[in-house]
Design a protein around this ligand. Structure first.
Ligand SMILES: Nc1ncnc2c1ncn2[C@@H]1O[C@H](COP(=O)(O)OP(=O)(O)OP(=O)(O)O)[C@@H](O)[C@H]1O
Length: 508
């Protein structure tokens, strides 16, 4: 008994310690080899959870700071977190923003700054916090919202390998089920306009009702655009295989009011891609354009309207080394947007930083665009939005007037419309003047007759000026001038020839 009460010897203590250490190492090796890493993290979380009341385990917290951008590009986890947090709001939240816009199925909930949201994943407790960082608050009051995600340091692997992918996939599903197409622009400030995007983009929901069904345009052209879009979306592997950036450029050209903007909205609604509207006039340098490109998201449409007149693209290098006078300030010429910057934007190294992007340029004057911009790879498909044909008119009429049957007026419209330069916007406006289909159609006839009279007057004026020329230059030029008169009248008869064929494009 006495012997039993004796304290253990140093040798027995050492032996026990050695065998315990050996067993632990053996168990550890077996665990490492037999239990996969994700399962290990999960088991650890279960053990910690079960023994949380018995073991005074001191947990050390780890906080991940999630910022809107990673370097110059958008942070996917940040965007996912915004959506995800709306799904896991608990009772401890005091303040929430709620919103719903026509095309959204569900209410969208946004957590206000300084609020905390608790989450549990495989028994691990996590805390999200919305933190405001004032950036340059004295200058322009801009603030940066970041997320802090805190959890027990032991579960770093579980969070990185499983929780964050879980956040991404939940956000993707939520986004798709409640997707409303957004229109991003730099001229709106972010939060107050219902959304905010990294890179200083403000956004609104694109509530444009245009679809391919509502577009009044040549049926074959419409079909070829839809087929081109579908083909583009399913060719991810093809683009990889041939070593091309997964992007597609479209040029929409034609007179004002022929539906270029409406077609952009129809494409966005068809693909459910967000639209980034880039105003070149607000940019001062190529680097600004690059930054803008990098801050757009994948699966989006980047629009540059009126490319011919929105910027005076400089062909030369943006800086000059030579002072015009001896003054110090003349050594520096502010950087400008250059043609080479634009070419790089459309199809250079920078344009490949992103996937599934569509770049759409619009213009009323295709002939004013530098041929280098028009080439395939930059503008792959050139789409001519033309004046209203009878086919386009029928599409507009069925949408604006519904069912109607007035053969006499339809025949009259068919006879007039083909030879006139009248835009779908003008025809649509004429049809909106009355709810009575007959009166609305009569309005279209009146418009077409007016257009015809105007065209004839212009034609006569041109003929008269040609006659004046003949009078001034004497009889010797008579033959040549008469030939010119004939050509002028031919071009009046075929106004659609002005923009060439309806569509042409390059196959990859
Ligand atoms: N092809 C079309 N199909 C259906 N609607 C059209 C079409 N063209 C024009 N419209 C109608 O006319 C209006 C103006 O069209 P839109 O702004 O799309 O023309 P645009 O070519 O972009 O003009 P601009 O070059 O002046 O910007 C639209 O609201 C639309 O309702």
């Amino acid at each position: 008994m006495q012997a039993m009460m004796q304290s253990p010897t140093a040798t027995s203590l050492f032996t026990t310690y050695a065998s315990l250490t050996g067993s632990i190492m053996l168990i550890r090796t077996m665990v490492d080899q037999l239990i996969p890493r994700p399962l290990r993290a999960y088991l650890l979380s279960i053990i910690t959870y079960l023994f949380r009341n018995f073991l005074p385990i001191k947990t050390k917290k780890l906080t991940l700071v999630i910022e809107p951008q990673v370097g110059l590009v958008r942070n996917e986890i940040y965007e996912a977190a915004e959506v995800y947090l709306g799904n896991i709001i608990g009772p401890n939240i005091d303040k929430l923003k709620v919103g719903k816009i026509a095309k959204q199925k569900n209410f969208s909930l946004t957590i206000e700054k300084d609020q905390k949201v608790e989450d549990k994943f495989k028994l691990v407790d996590l805390t999200w916090e919305v933190v405001s960082q004032n950036v340059d608050s004295q200058k322009n009051g801009k603030e940066k919202i970041v997320f802090h995600l805190s959890f027990d340091k032991n579960f770093k692997d579980l969070v990185m390998n499983e929780y964050l992918p879980h956040v991404l996939s939940v956000a993707k599903v939520t986004d798709e089920s409640n997707k409303a197409v957004k229109l991003y622009t730099k001229s709106l400030t972010s939060r107050e306009h219902g959304g905010h995007g990294p890179g200083g983009w403000g956004c609104v929901i694109l509530d444009h009702p245009a679809t391919f069904d509502t577009m009044a345009m040549d049926y074959d052209l419409k079909k070829s655009i839809i087929q081109d879009l579908d083909k583009f979306l399913r060719r991810r592997e093809f683009y990889r295989r041939v070593g091309k950036a997964w992007k597609r450029g479209y040029l929409l050209y034609g007179p004002p009011g022929t539906g270029k903007s409406s077609l952009i909205a129809a494409i966005a609604n068809y693909l459910k891609f967000d639209v980034y509207d880039i105003e070149l006039t607000s940019l001062h340098s190529d680097s600004e354009l690059r930054r803008m490109l990098l801050s757009t998201s994948n699966r989006s449409i980047i629009v540059i309207e009126d490319i011919d007149c929105s910027a005076n693209l400089q062909k030369r290098a943006p800086y000059t080394k030579f002072p015009r006078s001896g003054k110090e300030e003349d050594h520096y010429k502010p950087p400008q947007l250059s043609l080479s910057g634009m070419l790089n934007f459309a199809d250079g190294l920078w344009s490949s930083c992103g996937e599934e992007r569509i770049i759409i340029f619009t213009t009323n004057h295709k002939d004013k665009i530098d041929p280098a911009l028009l080439r395939p790879g930059r503008m792959d498909m050139h789409i001519h939005m033309s004046y209203c044909s009878y086919e386009s008119f029928r599409i507009l009429a069925s949408r604006y007037l519904g069912e109607f049957d007035n053969c006499r007026l339809l025949e009259e419209i068919e006879g007039l419309i083909e030879n006139l330069q009248v835009t779908p916007a003008e025809v649509a406006e004429a049809m909106m003047r009355s709810e009575d289909p007959d009166l609305a159609l009569q309005g279209v006839v009146d418009l077409l007759k007016l257009k015809k009279t105007e065209a004839e007057a212009t034609n006569n004026q041109e003929k008269a000026s040609v006659k004046d020329d003949i009078g001034n230059d004497g009889l010797k030029l008579e033959e040549t001038s008469l030939a010119h008169t004939e050509k002028a009248s031919v071009s009046q008869k075929n106004p659609r020839d002005e923009f060439g064929s309806n569509v042409w494009y390059f196959e990859e």
